[in-house]
Design a protein around this ligand. Structure first.
Ligand code: DO4
Ligand code: MG
Length: 291
């Protein structure tokens, strides 16, 4: 059971609903919960109370295969943590001209947190993620994403893809914003699994499959149990010196890095699955904006 954002077929507008047994029950329009921005104004207890009353809503359930699903975001910022898994630290040390910055941040008290995306740069389920035209080495980063309300509470979890340019980051760590933030550099979805629906977010299997020409090109697996920091720790650092009046998403770092010989290609499909949450599937294309 989880929250989905979908496109209404009657008026083409995005809307939120409650997904249960492959049926979406639309949130009532005047409920004050029907967009991510409205939903994340509320405290977790109020959201839970609202969802418990689903049987009393006067909205008609839909078959979830009948509507296009959207990224569960509207006005929130997306942030990301880096080098939270040993695998990510090792890969970055290999690719970079400045190896020790990654080694030092892995064990430092302060984690690496960076601004990842605004909502308009984020794709939802089945959307097309992008490779920068000026990048030569590109990867998906499959990450558990935390969903915060304005009160700093984790409301739920979704699947995140921190699509990244390894060639740009590897050239100089100061190029990180260009390696990480561009049109189509992030994907979120397919649902927000409510916090109480996920038993132990620090022990979830994460799998990525990358398909090319109808065959499996790469498969990788990890578990959030491999994370070097706790989710509470990452959340508390995110909120230091920052407020998020509409809530926020925090991707928690990747534990899967494909071999150095791998780079994403136009036409690939990336499928990221997180136990208890779902599978986020995206096509890949090369962005032809100014090279
Ligand atoms: O240090 C660069 C980014 C690291 C990152 O995105 C990750 O570890 O997931
Ligand atoms: Mg990442």
């Amino acid at each position: 059971m989880s929250i989905v954002r979908y496109r209404r077929l009657d008026n083409d507008q995005p809307h939120l609903g409650w997904l249960e047994n492959e049926r979406i029950t639309p949130f009532p329009e005047d409920s004050g919960f029907s967009t991510p921005g409205e939903l994340l104004q509320h405290r977790l207890a109020d959201i839970t109370g609202f969802l418990e009353k689903v049987g009393t809503w006067n909205t008609e359930p839909l078959d979830f295969t009948s509507v296009p699903l959207l990224a569960p975001i509207d006005s929130q910022e997306v942030w990301a943590a880096g080098v939270t898994y040993r695998r990510s630290r090792d890969a970055r040390m290999e690719e970079s001209t400045q190896q020790d910055v990654y080694d030092r941040v892995y064990d430092a008290e302060r984690p690496e947190l960076f601004f990842k995306a605004t909502a308009r740069r984020v794709l939802g389920p089945e959307g097309t993620i992008m490779i920068r035209g000026d990048s030569t080495w590109d990867v998906p980063e499959p990450e558990l994403a935390l969903v915060f309300n304005r009160h700093r509470e984790v409301v739920g979890y979704t699947v995140g893809n921190d699509v990244s340019s390894r060639s740009i980051e590897g050239e100089n760590p100061l190029y990180l914003p260009q390696a990480k933030t561009y049109m189509g550099s992030a994907a979120l979805g397919p649902v927000i699994a409510m916090r109480h629906e996920v038993d132990n977010p620090q022990n979830l299997a994460i799998t990525v499959v990358i398909e090319r020409n109808n065959a499996e090109e790469f498969r990788g697996e990890t578990s959030t149990a491999e994370m070097h920091r706790s989710l509470d720790e990452l959340g508390s650092w995110l909120h230091r010196g920052n407020t998020f009046p509409d809530g926020a998403f925090l991707m928690t770092g990747t534990g899967i890095v494909p071999p150095d010989s791998f780079t994403l290609q136009d036409g690939d499909t990336v499928l990221i699955s997180i136990e208890g949450i779902g599978t986020l599937s995206n096509r890949v294309a090369r962005l032809d904006v100014d090279a």
